[in-house]
Design a protein. Structure first.
Length: 399
């Protein structure tokens, strides 16, 4: 046998165990070495110059690295971000040492330790009302069912109750795990729909699908829609405002216990595309989602019931949407399942120069890229086709 040398791209504990099993490593040794085989880069924001210097010293002492502003060394910069680089084991050791130090380092150490623990998890629980999903293996497909006249892609197609129910059942038969029913368009420039009208559109479809055993999510920002939908047996609330638009929504979700999707959006659907410039897009979206997770927990919603959505197309440019998909793994340290919704959106049409009827292949590419980057649930119009895409990608991932 000739000598061969090849790189290994190990991103998950399961992959490290698999590689070591193939060469006959002792099981005890595998458990010891696995955290050393996964290399991570973390960005820490808002450090004082004292904190940044301490972190740099500790990372270097552990065998890692830390990039900080050169102005920190001379104390010219009072605040800096830092890019930290090392193995999971090195980060764990640094976190433990920081917890024992002054200058606010204990909280930073706890945060780093929590982030590493979340990143290392191969499976994340998502708890709804009557079921629990362990996400990280097979990707879940959420089929979009818009019962509104002005949705950007399928507006008006499913306003008839029977046709909408038939569409929902058709998607489930072809692989959709969840049907997300929405009665208010959130396309750019959309105006709010009165509560009574949204209920008139949504509830007959929700009632019929739940009675047929379908796992139903309702796409709404209104507590007045969420409550009757939950009374009817809905398992999930998909709130594009992340519990911001209706002060009663968090209480309703805490009372009934559905899974809750918290999405990033700047402004409202009416205004969100007026300003798509960010100082640091990834940091802004991350900080927003972290704050909304904390808000939900404070209002009595268990962390295991929450999922996050970076809000593709909601207050982002074409480049911003692409960047979010490329860097989706950056949200893994929040420790919650990632929902992604790219289906038929305008950035695909702009990139490919096609009409909305021709976005299937572009959508498939974004779905595949999102899953490879860490998405757990894909929200799509074309459920059968995207079920095949996700199934193929999952097989390539070894799931």
């Amino acid at each position: 046998m000739s000598l061969s040398i090849r790189p290994l791209d190990i991103r998950r504990l399961q992959e490290s165990f698999r590689e070591m099993e193939q060469i006959g490593v002792d099981p005890v040794g595998m458990r010891i070495m696995a955290p050393k085989l996964i290399h991570l880069n973390l960005k820490v924001s808002g450090l004082t110059n004292v904190q940044a210097n301490i972190i740099k010293q500790e990372m270097l002492a552990a065998g890692g690295e830390a990039a900080i502003s050169r102005g920190v060394i001379s104390c010219k910069d009072k605040i800096t971000d830092a890019v930290l680089s090392g193995t999971c084991l090195q980060f764990e050791r640094v976190a433990d040492k920081l917890k024992l130090q002054p200058f606010g380092m204990a909280d930073i150490g706890k945060s780093i330790g929590k982030a590493i623990s979340n990143i290392m998890e191969d499976e994340i629980p998502l708890v709804a009302r009557s079921r629990k999903w362990m996400l990280g293996g097979r990707t879940m497909v959420m089929g979009i069912l818009n019962v509104s006249p002005d949705s950007f892609s399928d507006g008006g197609l499913y306003m008839d109750r029977e046709r909408a129910v038939e569409r929902g059942l058709w998607m489930v038969e072809r692989g959709a795990d969840i049907i997300d029913v929405g009665g208010e368009s959130t396309r750019p420039g959309a105006l709010p729909v009165p509560l009574e009208e949204e209920l008139r559109r949504v509830m007959p479809v929700v009632d019929a699908l739940v009675k047929r055993g379908v796992v139903v999510s309702v796409d709404t920002t209104k507590a007045g829609v969420a409550r009757p939908a939950l009374d009817a047996g809905v398992e999930m609330i998909n709130d594009v405002s992340a519990l911001r638009f209706d002060p009663d929504m968090a209480d309703v979700c805490a009372e009934y216990g559905p899974a809750v999707v918290l999405m990033h959006m700047r402004g409202s659907p009416l205004t969100m595309q007026r300003d798509v410039a960010y100082r640091d897009l990834m940091a802004d979206v991350f900080d927003f989602l972290e704050e909304r997770l904390e808000f939900a927990a404070k209002r009595g919603i268990s962390p295991e019931k929450t999922a996050i959505d970076p809000g593709i197309g909601f207050g982002k440019s074409v480049d911003g949407n692409n960047r979010l998909i490329r860097n989706l793994a950056g949200f893994s340290s929040l420790g919650r399942p990632i929902v992604i919704g790219t289906s038929r959106k305008s950035f695909i049409r702009e990139i490919l120069g096609v009409d909305i009827e021709e976005t299937m292949m572009g959508t498939a590419a974004t779905v595949a890229a999102s899953i490879l980057a860490g998405a757990h649930i894909v929200r799509v119009h074309d459920a059968p086709e995207m079920k095949m895409v996700s199934g193929m990608v999952d097989a390539l991932r070894g799931c």
